[in-house]
Design a binder for this molecule. Structure first.
Ligand code: SF4
Length: 380
């Protein structure tokens, strides 16, 4: 085990690691300034379990009904060795294929494996590279492959609910999504989010090929989304050009802070271990956990609640510290450079003399304050 893995393991404590998935990567790039999230995700810490223990609510919790629906649809599409997918791919990609070889990478390893992700990644790697090099097996479907991607200078496993489809040495990512396509029209916001997630798999598959000296361009920019047609369980497949999402994700990932530097800034013995008791319930005092979380630097924005389980905790923390971000993105942008509400108020009422950089903002604050006072006293 590398020293980096050991440090991340100490942060995680006794819990098994939660692998990255495309959603967590897309979220990382939605808020690349958040060092807290980079550290927690790199350590594979279950953010939902942290949020539940901290008692601030869990913004991303999905209804069990929606989860069941998604699972049933996915199983239907990948049943019988991926048979239902073949005509869909034929149509979506304009291919003339009658059948494909199918490999379910999910079934590699067993409950007794200590590192099933590693084993499944090794299997995925073997299947992808032999499919890329051999012409004897020109079409392969990989169900639940495990890929690896470099994030913040650290390799993370991606465990996609997706199929990688190889045809004559070229690969496509196929994403199975449970949001419907109604009369040929999917929700554009959901398509954009799905393509950003698929972009993570494209990059990871390209990294795998490149590491073995193969051209990364063999992984296509065209991603196939498989969705329920109208309100039925019948699947429909649509090809989408994901070039923009791949480029954006690649750029964002390149800008993420380097992990070792972030870990060096943490006090020794920092841990986010929930210390589960014999009944598996956390025994860690909440205040203690919150204090250790506070050693990482967050970058709260109201948008966090759409992509991060810790949003309500970070919002409460920002409010308690009187931070400007708690007032929303527009106020944060207007008061750029001022960190706390107390500083803004002190500049407004003259208790604080503005630096040269803050002169314009201070003038604007004082002007707004005068208007507010006039409205309150009825002079306006
Ligand atoms: S909710 Fe907190 S940890 Fe999550 S991205 Fe926002 S600031 Fe970072």
């Amino acid at each position: 085990m590398s020293s980096l893995d050991a440090r991340l393991g100490a942060l995680r404590g006794t819990a098994p690691p939660v692998p990255h998935n495309a959603r967590t990567l897309a979220a990382l790039t939605a808020n690349p300034s958040c060092e807290r999230r980079v550290v927690i995700d790199a350590a594979g810490i279950d953010k939902d379990a942290l949020a539940a223990h901290l008692g601030h609510g869990r913004p991303l919790q999905k209804s069990p009904l929606a989860l069941d629906y998604g699972l049933v649809f996915e199983r239907k599409v990948t049943s019988r060795g991926g048979t239902p997918l073949v005509p869909l791919l034929r149509e979506a990609l304009g291919l003339t294929l009658s059948e494909v070889a199918y490999a379910d990478v999910n079934s590699v390893g067993s409950d007794h494996d200590t590192s099933p992700l590693r084993i499944r990644h090794a299997r995925t790697r073997h299947l992808v590279l032999s499919a890329a090099r051999r012409k004897s097996e020109p079409r392969t479907l990989l169900d639940h492959p495990v890929l690896r991607l470099t994030v913040a200078g650290h390799s993370v496993y991606l465990e996609p609910d997706v199929v990688a489809f190889q045809h004559n040495g070229n690969f496509h990512i196929v994403e199975i999504k449970s949001f419907p396509v109604i009369h040929g029209q999917p929700d554009p916001a959901k398509v954009a989010a799905a393509l950003t997630q698929a972009a993570a798999y494209v990059l990871a598959l390209r990294e795998l090929l490149q590491d073995d000296g193969l051209p990364p361009q063999r992984v296509s920019d065209t991603v196939v989304l498989v969705n329920p047609r109208n309100f039925s369980h019948h699947p429909t497949a649509t090809p989408h050009n994901a070039r923009t999402q791949i480029r954006n994700l690649s750029r964002h990932l390149g800008r993420l802070h380097r992990l070792p530097e972030l870990l060096d800034r943490l006090p020794p013995h920092t841990t986010f271990d929930l210390a589960p008791g014999p009944d598996k319930k956390p025994t860690r005092p909440r205040g203690d956990l919150a204090a250790d979380l506070a050693t990482t630097r967050p970058h709260y924005t109201p948008g966090c609640r759409h992509h991060c389980d810790l949003a309500f905790h970070c919002r409460t923390e920002a409010r308690n510290q009187g931070r400007i971000e708690a007032l929303g993105t527009a106020v944060g942008e207007d008061l750029a450079g001022i960190d706390t509400i107390a500083t803004a108020l002190a500049l407004t009422d003259g208790h604080l003399h503005p630096s040269r950089d803050h002169k314009d903002i201070t003038q604007a604050l004082r002007h707004a304050d005068r208007i507010h006072a006039d409205l309150r006293t009825g002079r306006a």
